[in-house]
Design a binder for this molecule. Sequence first.
Ligand SMILES: Cc1cc2nc3c(=O)[nH]c(=O)nc-3n(C[C@H](O)[C@H](O)[C@H](O)COP(=O)(O)O)c2cc1C
Length: 184
Amino acid sequence: MNTPSHTAPDTVHPSEFRRAMRNVPTTVTVVATMNGDQPIGMVVGTFTAISMDPLLVGFFGDHRSKTLTEITAADRWSFSVLHQDDALAAEAFRGPPESRFSALTWDVSDFGTPLIRGAMITIEAVNDSVVRIGDHDLVTAKVMSLREGDRSRHPLVYFQGRMTRLDPEQVSHSGGTIQAGRSR
Ligand SMILES: Cc1cc2nc3c(=O)[nH]c(=O)nc-3n(C[C@H](O)[C@H](O)[C@H](O)COP(=O)(O)O)c2cc1C
């Protein structure tokens, strides 16, 4: 029998790990809150749905991030999954915190979080837990509201260190052709 080996090599260097993980595409999501009348936010590629009952979302935040400290101190956040035409706006989030929202149009919701106009999905959520895992925190949040943008549009994708787009070509496999989530 061909038994897979689960023995991890003890010589994986962090830079090798980082380079390999660049091949895992992610969405680009702004997690944000308000500090007085100023929005605070950071881009994360680790945003994900976590639980259906209760409805929970979350992300992993780097302990070195000053913005993460400010975000986890708040009791509520918005998560805006950016649209593929928002690449330039997403790049602004690599810059200083005070200019990150300058290339985006946003409004404050009744719930009190910044909502980015034109996002694929916007979720408002309340702080649920912050769990330390390695050099990151797993931040979980209870979903309070959900807004969906235009379903015919595509999300922005981060891949190999760059903002890119989903390939509009169909993907073929042995069972047929997959298009827009359908197999035929
Ligand atoms: C596409 C992309 C995805 C990112 N994903 C994460 C993430 O999941 N978690 C995280 O802590 N930082 C992530 N970052 C980095 C943060 O956006 C940024 O470095 C952080 O806000 C810097 O901390 P500061 O606000 O204290 O300067 C990502 C950056 C980019 C460009």
